[in-house]
Design a protein around this ligand. Structure first.
Ligand code: ADP
Ligand code: ZN
Length: 580
């Protein structure tokens, strides 16, 4: 594409060079015909030596003699000159204005120069600024193998990207229904989980061009350059009609602005503003989607997340056991292998990202090649595993410790089980021992009941769910083995109970008094408030422990399922609960 553009640019350059050389030749070289006095000319005329005279303009006469010589002389502007010349047997030509042999090259020159300027402002800008930014063009991509089958696992992310694909395929359909489609999608999750791959797959599925830049490319460029790059990127994408624009590491330009310290980075702000302007600039029906990726959603400037911008957020999480198995299979598919225990590899690679798994299999393939063994076997996988683990971060190395996985499994199972026992109206949609980018391990609830008030019993139940993790750890591993894993749970439950007692009039130490309305008086019986909160939490904690003890088999079954599958969904959980 760029080469093509540059070739087109050659045409006006060559044309203008040709025109310039012609004009120089015409003006200075040909015009070297001598200038002769008028009296000399009259002499020639009287001698009938003149064959032709061209009256060029009001100032010069071009004279050709019969002997082949030529010269120019001044035009006396005499009325009788033409008559006399004709009498002397000369041919007389009159030209008005500049002759065509000059106007054509000059006009061509002007056109060429203008088109060079135009192309340079458009084409050069694009080619120089984007070439450094890894732009994959439509044709490579449509033919490329990237589609949703290139992404193993990540089912939830794929599901939420499916309607984006449909929108890219038929934006008109959505327009007819007056539906406003998202202009921007943010994929967030740990590095190497396949965010870039998913974005490419969206473009591949929809058969639209894929344009990729990275936010970090914009850091430390001169003021204005980043913004200009954004604009030319969008211009290029728009020229294609439909497109996926992918911005990796969006946090590099879209981080929350430090309050207080203004100024900071003008360049970043300009780049961000250019991005926001471009995004609000295209119509919903245009079929352009901006997909951005970040490791953390919470660091992004809220301006980016507003409706009409990046209003769809898709989590791309680390793969669970089943997803890891799929990824391993995907990368082994085209390699010779024999006797690899794929299930076992999937099982022991907790916390591995898709990229790490790909790397693991690549290492194994290299080892097999070194051995000349003809195929990758279990032995190569083992060796590669040690290599990859050694080079990875602490979390991954820790995860290899079965004990840590077990603690997490029981902790999360405790939360989920108590939630189902105490808050059956809130469905537990997912329990996992794989940490999300928001925090360590987790279970997710969807809260169907969206009531305006929360009653006291509901708040107490919520606290019990929060305490379920710690209680489970204590029951299974013993009082001395409880871990720091519960600190965020304790943080939240403390907040809820304190608010209940001091703000909602749900406690005895302050009764109906609202602490925040009491001014300095409110501090007086703090100790009593603390005592009340503490003992209430203790009561609730004991209740949680009793519930867990009464459902120990379910707790154990859920923990074991979690150890095996790492992520359980509503259907899995219901199955565990039904069997007694
Ligand atoms: P991210 O953008 O999230 O950092 P990438 O999409 O760049 O991650 O992933 C890096 C590489 O890891 C991919 O090119 C692919 O080879 C592999 N990979 C990661 N996740 C997956 C997955 N779910 N399925 C298949 N390959 C994956
Ligand atoms: Zn917890």
């Amino acid at each position: 594409m760029n080469i093509l553009k540059n070739k087109i640019l050659l045409i006006p350059i060559i044309t203008s060079l040709l025109c310039i050389s012609y004009l120089i030749y015409d003006n200075y070289i040909v015009k070297k015909d001598t200038h002769v006095n008028y009296s000399e000319f009259l002499k020639d005329m009287n001698n009938n030596e003149i064959s032709q005279v061209t009256i060029k303009d009001n100032n010069t006469l071009k004279v050709s003699l019969k002997n082949g010589h030529a010269y120019s002389t001044d035009n006396p502007n005499s009325l009788t000159l033409k008559e006399n010349l004709l009498k002397a047997g000369a041919l007389v030509k009159e030209t008005n204005g500049t002759p065509l042999n000059k106007t054509i090259p000059s006009t061509l020159l002007v056109i060429s120069v203008l088109s060079i300027i135009f192309m340079a402002s458009k084409g050069f800008n694009v080619s120089t600024s984007l070439s450094s930014m890894e732009v994959t063009d439509s044709k490579d991509n449509i033919k490329s193998k990237f589609n949703f089958t290139s992404v193993a696992g990540n089912e939830e992310a794929k599901e939420s990207l499916k309607d984006i694909v449909d929108f890219l395929k038929n934006p008109e359909k959505y327009k007819n229904y007056g539906a406003r489609m998202p202009k921007g999608v943010i994929l967030y999750g740990d590095p190497g989980t396949g965010k870039t791959l998913l974005a490419k797959a969206v473009a591949g599925e929809a058969h639209v061009p894929f344009y990729a830049v990275s936010g970090s490319d914009f850091v430390q460029v001169y003021v204005g350059v980043g913004a200009a790059r954004i604009r030319s990127l969008f211009k290029k994408a728009k020229a294609q009609g439909k497109a996926v624009i992918f911005i990796d590491e969006i946090d590099a330009i879209g981080k929350k602005r430090d309050s207080g310290k203004s100024g900071g980075s003008d360049e970043r702000d300009q780049t961000l503003n250019a991005l926001l302007t471009e995004m609000s600039g295209f119509q919903d029906s245009e079929g352009i989607i901006v997909i951005a990726a970040t490791n953390r959603l919470d660091v992004l400037d809220s301006a980016l997340l507003r409706p009409g911008r990046f209003d769809r957020h898709v989590e791309v999480s680390l793969p669970d056991t089943a997803a890891r198995e799929k990824i391993i299979n995907l990368y082994l598919k085209n390699k010779p292998h024999k006797g690899i225990n794929i299930k076992n590899t999937a099982y022991k690679t907790t916390y591995f990202s898709g990229a790490m798994l790909e790397n693991l299999i690549n290492e194994a393939a290299i080892l097999a090649a070194k051995d000349n063994s003809g195929f990758i076997d279990e032995h190569h996988m083992e060796k590669a595993f040690s290599t990859v683990i050694a080079g990875s971060n602490k979390i991954v190395r820790d995860s290899i410790k079965e004990e840590d996985r077990k603690i997490t499994a029981y902790h999360e199972a405790g939360h989920a089980l108590i939630s189902m026992l105490k808050l059956p109206e809130d469905e537990v949609t997912k329990v996992t021992i794989i940490p999300t980018s928001k925090g360590a391990g987790g279970y997710t609830l969807s809260i169907p009941k969206d009531s305006a008030y929360q009653n006291m019993q509901y708040l107490k139940n919520k606290i019990m769910v929060l305490l379920g993790g710690r209680a489970s750890e204590e029951i299974i591993f013993g009082e001395n083995m409880i871990t720091t894993g519960a600190y965020s749970d304790l943080n939240q439950s403390t907040k809820i109970i304190t608010t209940m007692v001091t703000e909602y009039g749900m406690g005895s130490s302050l009764g109906l008094l609202r602490k925040s309305a009491m001014g300095s008086l409110g501090d007086v019986n703090s100790n009593e408030v603390i005592e009340e909160c503490k003992s209430t939490l203790e009561e609730l904690y004991n209740e949680v422990k009793v519930s867990l003890m009464n459902n120990l088999t379910k707790l154990e079954r859920m923990a074991n399922e979690l150890l095996e599958k790492e992520t359980l969904y509503a259907s899995d959980i219901n199955k565990i609960l039904k069997n007694n």
